[in-house]
Design a protein around this ligand. Structure first.
Ligand code: N2P
Length: 356
């Protein structure tokens, strides 16, 4: 009898396990569906408790995947074979995805909480009328540094070259970010398409290698908190997150200017659960949910209604919530087209290969 039970149970358990495994795999590979929602976001860019709460509220199972650059996210979606229902590209990547018909329009009848967004963050040139995207976080690129480890005050990109910072700088690994500060340090636009300027920027960046300790991803926050480096080129939200625990650190928007960026929620055209995607976007737009998410990830929220739930010390800090006067002098990345993007990537790679 025992034998018979085992004989019957084993194949049953195996096939049940196999079924579950196939379901998970399908969702991850992009064969989502009505009960699943596949979300593709930057690493360290959500309070993961909120995913569970959304699942409970919506009855949907969220398959959550992350990327670490717009370029990686774009390549994956462009290649096809995925079924992300929600993704979080930045400005210039949104414009590129729009051009390539990779996005579905947002159905505003399905969003109750959209009015929570500060109009300052709407109707940008990368998505006029917000036809395809809803603001998620925004910020700048700048320098976070530890005044105890730096001899003097850092105010400019050129300080990275000129101050005694040997083997003491970390860089966030991003083509536009690194090429951008190289260009800005020379007084050029970070959207230049002038090849001479680009080559000059790449050559100047190469001379920074003696000061560069490493080019890294999200671990930049941990490394700075552990005093592994004196300064780092980071997105403002990463600086704010590090500084929350390590008050001696500070963040500066360099005097030569920098990038102002916007990350928005979009629905890729291959989505299998468009209704669920809208539910998720609306959930993230709720004032209290947005406040909790902001508090957790440390980035700046475009959700005006969320501000009242946040620490005023943070939301009134001009380093992280710079005023219009400051942001109007900063540059948003433009979509430079396939060939120019490839050229930026090529130069960035060449710079990286010359590490000491
Ligand atoms: C979060 C990265 C945010 C990217 N880890 C800024 N566009």
């Amino acid at each position: 009898m025992k034998k018979l039970v085992i004989m019957l149970a084993v194949p049953l358990i195996v096939s049940f396990g196999l079924l579950l495994w196939i379901q998970q795999l399908n969702a991850a590979q992009g064969f989502g569906g009505d009960n699943t929602l596949v979300v593709y976001n930057w690493g360290d860019y959500i309070d993961e408790d909120l995913i569970g709460e959304f699942e409970e509220q919506s009855g949907l199972k969220v398959v959550y995947q992350t990327f670490d650059s717009n370029e990686a996210m774009l390549t994956k979606i462009e290649q096809g074979g995925t079924a992300f229902d929600v993704a979080v590209p930045s400005d210039y990547a949104i414009s590129k995805m729009r051009e390539e018909n990779l996005l579905l329009p947002i159905d505003y009848d399905k969003l109750e909480n959209f009015d929570n967004i500060d109009p300052r963050f709407l109707d940008k040139s990368f998505d006029p009328g917000n036809k395809y995207s809803v603001p998620y976080f925004w910020g700048t690129v700048g320098i976070v540094y530890n005044p105890e480890l730096v001899d003097g005050e850092i105010t400019s990109w050129n300080d990275l070259w000129e101050m005694p910072l040997e083997n003491d700088i970390l860089l966030a690994d991003g083509t536009r970010e690194v090429m951008g500060f190289g260009l800005n340090s020379l007084g050029y636009s970070l959207n230049t398409t002038n090849k001479d300027e680009l080559i000059e920027a790449e050559e100047k960046l190469t001379t920074l290698w003696p000061n560069i300790k490493a080019i890294v991803g999200d671990e930049i926050k941990m490394l700075m908190a552990n005093r592994e480096a004196a300064a780092a080129v980071v997105w403002s939200g990463d600086a704010s997150e590090i500084m929350y625990e390590n008050e001696e650190l500070t963040y500066v928007i360099p005097v030569e200017g920098t990038n102002l960026w916007f990350d928005n929620l979009v629905i890729p055209s291959t989505a299998q659960n468009v209704d669920g995607a809208h539910q998720f976007i609306d959930f993230m737009l709720d004032a209290e949910i947005a406040a909790r998410n902001t508090d957790y990830v440390g980035y700046s929220t475009p959700n005006e209604a969320a501000l009242e739930f946040l620490d005023e010390e943070v939301t009134s800090d001009e380093r992280f919530y710079p005023s219009r006067e400051v942001t109007q002098n900063l540059e948003v990345y433009e979509n430079l087209g396939k060939r120019m993007n490839a050229y930026y990537n090529e130069l960035y790679l060449r710079f990286k290969m010359q590490s000491k």
